[in-house]
Design a protein around this ligand. Structure first.
Ligand SMILES: CC(C)(COP(=O)(O)OP(=O)(O)OC[C@H]1O[C@@H](n2cnc3c(N)ncnc32)[C@H](O)[C@@H]1OP(=O)(O)O)[C@@H](O)C(=O)NCCC(=O)NCCS
Length: 193
């Protein structure tokens, strides 16, 4: 249903209207609708963003890039206010991932040594039960391993192995997480968040 609606929109509305729907409407209008279910319906139907019904993505999320339909948020994830998603390639949050406020995902950059400023895209993956602290930035190609923790305000430039706690700029190993099995689950989208 969602993919057929997207197909219909792509076919009938033309590029300028689709850019409007996936630009200004998505990031300046839909982002601020205080009803999570309405935002998610738009994300799914117009942009192809996959978000499990048990997950929550709070208001203020901003999206850009040509691969919005490769963003996938699996079950029981929780993502705080004002997240920023640059999707030149896929961004996958696996199950039970917790993301603080104002976290930024950048799957794209440019080759600084290329005279043509060529673009480089690589996917980001965050595995089950990882926790990304507020205002962290994840750069292209990184995998945050199962149960790993990224401390608030960190800049992640390399993969983080499972259950490692990392922090700083660039993010470096702090210590191992003290648990490898977890009982917590996201409790869905709070109304008006
Ligand atoms: C990582 C975190 C969980 C703390 O872990 P902890 O091991 O209990 O932290 P401690 O305070 O014992 O600090 C351990 C070391 O990590 C360092 N550290 C802690 N937080 C850090 C951060 N955000 N960036 C860089 N280094 C950090 C400490 O300075 C300390 O270093 P030292 O051993 O050289 O003194 C916490 O700092 C954090 O970032 N929380 C996220 C907050 C957040 O985003 N909340 C939103 C809710 S979803």
């Amino acid at each position: 249903m969602n993919s057929s609606l997207r197909g219909w929109l792509n076919e009938h509305l033309g590029i300028p209207v689709m850019l409007l729907l996936r630009g200004w409407v998505l990031n300046r209008v839909v982002a601020n609708i205080p009803l999570p279910a309405a935002r998610y319906a738009y994300y799914r139907a117009v942009c192809g963003i996959k978000i499990a019904r048990s997950s929550s993505l709070w208001m203020g999320a901003q999206f850009t890039g040509g691969a919005l339909d490769q963003i996938a948020i699996d079950a029981q994830c929780s993502i705080g206010y004002d997240s920023f998603w640059v999707a030149g390639a896929g961004i996958r949050l696996m199950n039970d991932v917790v993301v603080g406020h104002r976290v930024e995902f950048y799957t794209s950059d440019h080759d600084p040594d290329d005279p043509a400023f060529g673009r480089r895209d690589a996917p980001i993956v965050v595995e089950d039960h990882a926790w990304i602290g507020s205002r962290a930035i994840l750069l292209k190609g990184v995998t945050i391993g199962r149960g790993a923790v990224v401390a608030a305000g960190s800049l992640v430039t390399k993969d983080v192995p499972p259950f490692n706690i990392v922090g700083g700029n660039p993010a470096r190993f702090i210590r191992m997480r003290g648990a490898t099995e977890f009982t917590y689950r996201s409790d869905g989208s709070p109304l008006f968040s």
